[in-house]
Each structure stands twice: as structure tokens, then as C-alpha cells.
Design a protein. Structure first.
Length: 141
């Protein structure tokens, strides 16, 4: 039996995931990190992207986070994010529309949205679309 750790992923609205996992891969600010049970303690900011959880038995679950923070303890991982959505619940049309709006805001400098906010919205939309594409590839196997 493989070692496991407890994982909690919480958004501003609700708890998205609470359970055991063998491995968690998350989009840390400085690059993707893989966490196994008994990992050293760590606190790291997350960028928008996909958190992949490998549960016991090899089943994988993907959750999109809009950024946030991840706390790692030897047997517990806690991820706090403003927005967290199970990857299969993401709306591709809405993400595509958000991407187009952000790109338009970046090209239209006279708009009411500032540059940093437009870049942030674009990064979130692109991360959502990438999560959707990975999920689609996985289900087409």
C-alpha cells in the first residue's frame, strides 16, 4: 500500500476537494512542483493553472486554481485560492470569451481596465483553456 497524505483545496466560496492522495502536482510561481507524502514543509504562492491529484489506486483528478497559496506539511497539503473549479466543470466558451476580452483590453490602451489587471485576466483564461485541453487529451486516450 502506497503512502498517502491529506489534501484540502478551498476556494473563497467552498471546499473543492478534501481527501487522500499519493501525489499532488501544482503550478507554483517559480514552476510546477510535485509533492509526495513526507515532503518537507513549504509555503509557496501559486499561479493560475491546474492542480493534479493522484489518488490511491492511480485515479487522477484535476482542479483549476486561479492562483493562491499552497502550504505543505509532511502529511497534509492545503491550497487556498480565490477561485477553484474541477477541471471537468470549466466552461470552454466562457474561458475563450474572457481570453478575447483580456487581449482586447491589452491592445486598447484607452480602456478603463489597467494593464496589470488585463494581463492577470489573460493568464487566468489561458490557464483555464490549457486545463480544458489537457482534460480533453486525457479522455480521448
Amino acid at each position: 500500500m502506497a503512502m498517502t497524505m491529506h489534501v484540502d483545496i478551498v476556494s473563497a466560496e467552498k471546499s473543492i476537494f478534501s481527501g487522500t492522495a499519493e501525489v499532488v502536482v501544482a503550478p507554483a510561481l517559480m514552476g510546477e512542483v510535485g509533492i509526495h507524502p513526507r515532503h518537507t514543509q513549504m509555503l509557496t504562492p501559486l499561479k493560475p493553472g491546474e492542480v493534479r491529484i493522484t489518488k490511491q489506486g492511480g485515479e487522477e483528478e484535476a482542479i483549476y486554481v486561479s492562483g493562491g497559496i499552497m502550504e505543505v506539511q509532511p502529511h497534509v497539503i492545503t491550497i487556498l485560492s480565490d477561485t477553484a473549479v474541477r477541471a471537468h466543470d470549466l466552461d470552454e466558451a466562457a474561458a475563450q470569451e474572457a481570453k478575447l476580452r483580456a487581449e482586447q483590453a491589452l491592445t486598447d490602451r484607452s480602456g478603463e481596465i489597467d494593464l496589470a489587471e488585463a494581463q492577470s485576466q489573460l493568464a487566468e483564461a489561458v490557464a483555464q483553456l490549457q486545463a480544458i485541453q489537457r482534460l480533453r487529451k486525457k479522455t480521448n486516450r
